[in-house]
Design a protein. Structure first.
Length: 150
């Protein structure tokens, strides 16, 4: 008789933390005198992971936000954040591991990063920037499809 309980997948968050953060407002105070600004947001999101040891992984969510005024293309602010987590994972298949690292972990990290970005914009003198939820599953599937076709 085999003890299958010891083979059950295990997943837990060990730590969430900020690796790097930056808020730049190089055109202050002039940007606060623009009448009726029309903000244009450029958003870039990347997910990186690395194995720390046999059962621990670091997953990092890197977000870059550039906000410009559409009328005069003046930079209002720029934010760069790298927020990461250490995750304990055991008895997870290679196929499932890719999904956990590319979908589940960033989905856990994102709300914390979203809150930080909102707070940074308020502290920088702007209205809070509330990022829309990200479909990490859809992004993961879109990234995997070209590789699977080869």
């Amino acid at each position: 008789m085999t003890d299958t309980a010891n083979d059950s997948p295990i997943f837990s968050i060990q730590k969430l933390y900020i690796k790097d953060s930056s808020f730049e407002n190089p055109n202050a105070p002039e940007v606060f005198t623009i009448s009726d600004p029309k903000p244009n947001v450029e958003l870039n999101i990347a997910v990186e992971n690395k194995q720390i040891d046999t059962e621990h992984w670091e997953v990092a969510l890197k977000i870059s936000v550039i906000m410009r005024d559409q009328k005069n293309d003046k930079l209002l602010f720029e934010i760069e954040i790298e927020q990461a987590g250490i995750f304990y994972m055991k008895n997870i298949s290679d196929e499932q591991m890719a999904i956990v690292l590319g979908v589940d972990c960033p989905t856990i990290i994102f709300p914390y990063t979203r809150q930080l970005i909102s707070q940074m914009t308020v502290d920088g003198g702007f209205m809070p920037l509330l990022l829309e939820p990200v479909n990490f599953s859809g992004a993961f599937e879109a990234q995997q499809t070209p590789q699977q076709l080869n």
